[in-house]
Write a protein that binds this ligand. Structure first.
Ligand SMILES: *Cc1c(COP(=O)(O)O)cnc(C)c1O
Length: 491
């Protein structure tokens, strides 16, 4: 059955209908106006009036209109929308974990603390770091923490004047935003002709700002899906200048089990557990963005850290130089637990399979589609590949946005578009390792068909999507006048 949104299906309210029956009031009835002043009272409360089955069907219907990694291929570049194994969910629902109260004393929460302690150790090993804080609730939150640690380090070493953070042009928007939030001024480093950090520009920036560079934030592989092969030299240059190097580890799916940011020279990094280690994400969370550090930053870590004692585990708050708290209680515990289950399922020996297959799948797509769409930087890529529709736009007036919309007609979630910003008409495809050859092939054949439609019948692409519940949206109005909740006047 084809699902549709029609006003009649959406607006179900009927006056007097209800899904609840309240017992009769058995306390002395006072008039509400005896309790509250009349200015504080409203005469009507317009809420939708529906029976229970109508409410259930309404939300079930909406959920069926949604698209998820459980329903299909989701190659949204940079977001690592891999399949989330149901085993993780079972573990996260074990009552001993799911129902543990965060105010329990440490002695009564030893299992939970053991998971947290083990994750600190496991992630430190995966990242090549000395210690990990599990507190941040997202990648961006991890960036903020990492920069706060860098700042605390410089302040503690009499280097409080270091006010600049260098960020490459290709960086995710959260990087400069986190630096600004932390009180830093960001300086953009150009990309070179190979899509990597422009070393000559970096050298100039460092010479010009010797005393003022607090650090550099770098994503490796970068957002073009390319490995920054000058990484050792970049880290050495920043260290010589007295700065620290931050790794945006959102792209760890390309490296996990194979290469470690700590070995490359990074001092601090964040992990996106919800991406690399598979917690359902999108729609705002909950996520988890633990931060790994080299020991020089350890004194400043937020509290609490989970530590091992002779008798078990406890939360340590006794850290005089700590930057303080950045999250309530333990961080996003159930998200951390899902990632823990996922990592243990693979084990030390097989973790590298994730990165190997993620990279293989991305290169398969790159090579299979390179005759249909131009690859922004056509060389061996890591876990994602970036195409540009610049030629299609120039010759046929078809933009990346139109291609993304047309893909929905084939039942696929579109790739990321218009990011990274330095690629015009960018289409950023991250297949992840969880997809079969058949899925990749059917995506490739859809993309090839779109490429040939652009040549023979661009109108069908320009007016897409045709098969979805709602067709082309007026995105400007949707952004300027969003309708985010039910209101009576929509009747
Ligand atoms: C996803 C992502 C982030 C931000 O992570 P959130 O968990 O969404 O806050 C930062 N950098 C890169 C490269 C990313 O892909």
């Amino acid at each position: 059955m084809k699902l549709t949104i029609e006003p009649l299906l959406f607006e179900l309210s009927k006056p007097g209908r209800s899904g609840v029956e309240l017992p009769a009031c058995d306390v002395p009835v006072l008039s509400i106006s005896d309790l509250l002043p009349s200015e504080g009272l409203r005469s009507t409360l317009p809420l939708p009036e529906l029976s229970e089955p109508e409410v259930i069907r309404h939300y079930t219907h909406l959920s069926q209109l949604n698209y998820s990694t459980d329903s299909g291929f989701y190659p949204l570049g940079s977001c690592t929308m891999k399949y989330n194994p149901k085993l993780n969910e079972e573990v996260a629902r074990l009552p001993g974990f799911a129902r543990v109260h965060p105010d329990l004393p440490d002695t009564a929460a030893q299992g939970t603390l053991e998971v947290l302690y083990s994750m600190q150790e496991i992630l430190a090993e995966i990242g090549g770091m000395d210690t990990v804080s599990l507190q941040p609730a997202a990648g961006a939150h991890g960036e903020l923490l990492g920069l706060m640690l860098i700042k605390a380090y410089h302040d503690d070493h009499g280097q409080g004047q270091r006010c600049l953070v260098l960020v490459p042009e290709a960086a995710h928007g959260t990087n400069p935003a986190s630096a600004a939030r932390c009180g830093y001024t960001t300086v953009t480093i150009k990309s070179d002709g190979r899509g990597r950090v422009d070393m000559a520009h970096l050298r100039t920036l460092l010479t010009e700002n010797q005393e003022n560079v607090a650090g550099l934030m770098l994503t490796n592989p970068n957002t073009l899906g390319l490995f920054e092969d000058d990484i050792a030299e970049i880290c050495a240059m920043i260290h010589t200048a007295g700065g620290l190097v931050y790794c945006d580890g959102a792209n760890m799916n390309a490296l996990v089990g194979r290469a470690r940011p700590g070995d490359m020279g990074f001092d601090v990094m964040h992990f996106n557990l919800h991406k690399t280690f598979s917690s359902p994400h999108g729609g705002g969370g909950p996520g988890s963005g633990p931060v790994g550090i080299k020991s020089i930053l350890e004194p400043y870590l937020p509290v609490p850290q989970v530590v091992k004692t002779d008798g078990g585990y406890r939360r340590d708050y006794d850290r005089p130089k700590s930057i303080g708290r950045i999250h309530g209680y333990y961080g996003s515990f159930l998200c951390i637990l899902r990632a823990y289950a996922y990592i243990l399922y693979y084990g030390r020996e097989r973790l590298a399979n994730i990165a190997e297959n993620a990279v293989l799948n991305a290169n398969y797509i790159r090579v299979q589609l390179q005759n249909s769409f131009d690859v922004a930087y056509n060389e061996l890529c890591m876990h994602e590949c970036v195409f540009t529709a610049k030629r299609q736009q120039r010759e046929r007036g078809v933009r990346a946005l139109d291609i993304a919309k047309r893909l929905m007609d084939f039942g696929f979630h579109p790739p990321t578009i218009y990011f990274p910003l330095l690629v015009p008409e960018a289409l950023m495809i991250e297949p992840t390792e969880t997809e079969s050859m058949e899925t990749l092939d059917s995506f490739i054949s859809a993309m090839r068909q779109i490429a040939s439609e652009i040549e023979t019948d661009p109108a069908i692409v320009l007016s897409a999507p045709h098969e979805t519940v709602v067709h082309k949206l007026d995105e400007a109005t949707a952004a300027r006048k969003p309708v985010l909740r039910w209101r009576e006047q929509h009747k």
